[in-house]
Design a protein around this ligand. Structure first.
Ligand SMILES: [Zn+2]
Length: 269
């Protein structure tokens, strides 16, 4: 039997199981996840359409829990236009989506995916994104849910806004900010969730070095960021992140997994 893998309890706190590439094979993907030891998978909506799919998936599969949100709006529009994400970008009303999320608060594990993405934004668009991000943080505070935050080319601004609004439970997903920002996030008591591409990313290896195990999470961002170049990512692969964290922290993989599961219960419980 290979190491203690079979006894591990694993969690994937950030992925996109609504993605069309999972459509015909979700049963197999979830079977592999269960065999790998996954106890919970948080699938993150990115717009009204995927928020609703996420809720449906959670109703159908016990292992799946939904997080609902709106992905940073300019990045969302661009990715959909370029067919990287197979959903439509219909115009939608932000306030009615916020209301929908609030009405479903009893069913959700978190608010996400939300955040800022300044890769292709002008000043006006950045302001608009910030406004939306603030609304979601206020909602999370009101309904007492953790937030799962995306940040790209906007890490400092994300940190500043979070410090100003002080939501209680913050998970920075795939955080690529500089080391001083990573340290600032840790000091603020936030959590960092580590994708499987840590197997080849020096940045995430360093994040794990800096962050105490009590503030780490594992995620896949599936179908993106696979640890294997030739395969789409899926929740079962979080075990790769666990192994790498164990190597960096010089701990037993089982102990790492158990600690991260305790974090999960504390934050998303
Ligand atoms: Zn994501």
């Amino acid at each position: 039997m290979p190491e203690s893998v079979l006894a591990m309890i694993l969690v994937d706190v950030h992925c996109h199981l609504d993605h069309a590439c999972f459509k015909d094979k979700l049963d197999e993907v979830l079977k592999r996840a269960e065999e790998a030891g996954l106890k919970a998978i948080i699938t993150n909506g990115i717009n009204p359409e995927t928020n609703r799919i996420s809720l449906k998936l959670a109703e159908k599969y016990k292992m799946i829990r939904p997080a609902l949100g709106i992905y940073p709006i300019d990045a969302l529009r661009k990715e959909i236009e370029e067919f990287e994400y197979p959903v439509k970008f219909g115009e939608f009303d932000i306030d009615s989506e916020l209301k929908f999320i609030e009405e479903n608060k009893g069913k959700i594990a978190a608010i996400g995916e939300i955040g800022l993405d300044f890769v292709r934004s002008d000043e006006g668009q950045k302001k608009e994104q910030e406004l939306l991000f603030r609304k979601f943080i206020e909602l999370a505070k009101r309904i007492d849910k953790p937030i799962i935050v995306h940040s790209r080319k906007a890490e400092l601004r994300v940190v500043e806004i979070l410090e100003e609004l002080k939501p209680k439970k913050v998970v920075l997903h795939c955080f690529s900010g500089r080391h001083h920002l990573v340290k600032r996030a840790i000091k603020n008591g936030w959590y960092l969730s580590i994708p499987c591409n840590i197997v080849r990313s020096e940045h995430f290896q360093k994040v794990v070095e800096l962050c105490p195990l009590s503030h780490l999470f594992t995620e896949t961002d599936a179908p993106l960021l696979s640890p294997y170049k030739e395969r789409l990512n899926e929740p079962a692969f979080v075990v790769e992140t666990i192994r790498k964290i164990a190597e960096i922290k010089q701990m037993d993989a089982l102990e790492v997994a158990n600690n991260i599961y305790q974090n999960y219960q504390r934050v998303f419980g």
